[in-house]
Design a protein around this ligand. Sequence first.
Ligand code: HH2
Length: 301
Amino acid sequence: MPIAGAPLSSSPGRESGPGAGPAVFRCRRFALPLGGQALVVGVVNVTPDSFSDGGRYLDPGAACDRAHALAAEGAAVVEVGGESTRPGARPVPAAEELARVLPVIRRLVRELAVPVAVDTWKPAVAEAVLDAGADLLNDVTALCHGPALAEAAARGGAGLVLMHMRGTPETMQAAPTYGDVVAEVRDALAAAAARAEAAGVAPDAIAVDPGLGFGKTARHNLELLRRLDALCALGRPVMIGASRKAFLGAVLEAPLDDRLEGTLAAGAAALLKGAALIRVHEVRPMVRVARVLAAIARGAP
Ligand code: HH2
């Protein structure tokens, strides 16, 4: 079985070499090892309307069961989301988002042996889930709402994923344009990571994500994957979330429930370019792909 995350006390806590990124991704109670097998992040959306699993895990018991299943399949992180960010989605009030996620977070931080992440951009939600024990925040706006969320992460010693988005979920797919999408996303993520550090987040607690499908056409997404090494050169752990997204549907001419191979191919391509974290809805197949890639890299089973 893959190592899901070492407790903080056993972390190496060192840099892996000059110019290289950190050796671990620090997420409060955990220090996830980088540079070995990829870390697969399993997603559970506690929403009525998420594009892929909306409505399936609204009941806290069903969400926790799903989270346990993902951890048993080898997820290194389990992420809970209480607001859909699919194209066209409207924000839900913080109180509604908290009512969805808090009962799930409270249980999972006690029951799981891996970090519990929360997908939120709202500082009030971030504060509350950190109070409840969450280890990692995933901000799909990369601190576009000011430093409060990063300050909360810093106070709690939590990890922070900064994802690039052009516009908002309501507007982002209305003809997004870039000069050089890779350079613009890289520069925006570098600036966001600097803002997070200025707010007090430890350098080894920050990861970045180009935000596939968030204000990007299929061509932009494919270009970002093809040239992902340019983002990895930032020296931060890179997360990729291609799972079941529309650009895979465009390539495969396949509906939402028939995009597994596309998800795995995109994940494998990202790993070969240096990504550290792969965010998926189906954990087991992605973990198996990551295991084989890791074995090829070390030249031994
Ligand atoms: N994609 C989604 C949501 N959050 N976070 C990061 N860091 N990277 C991603 O690619 C990403 C993300 C969209 O997927 P999902 O959570 O399944 O859908 P929804 O936003 O509709 O709940």
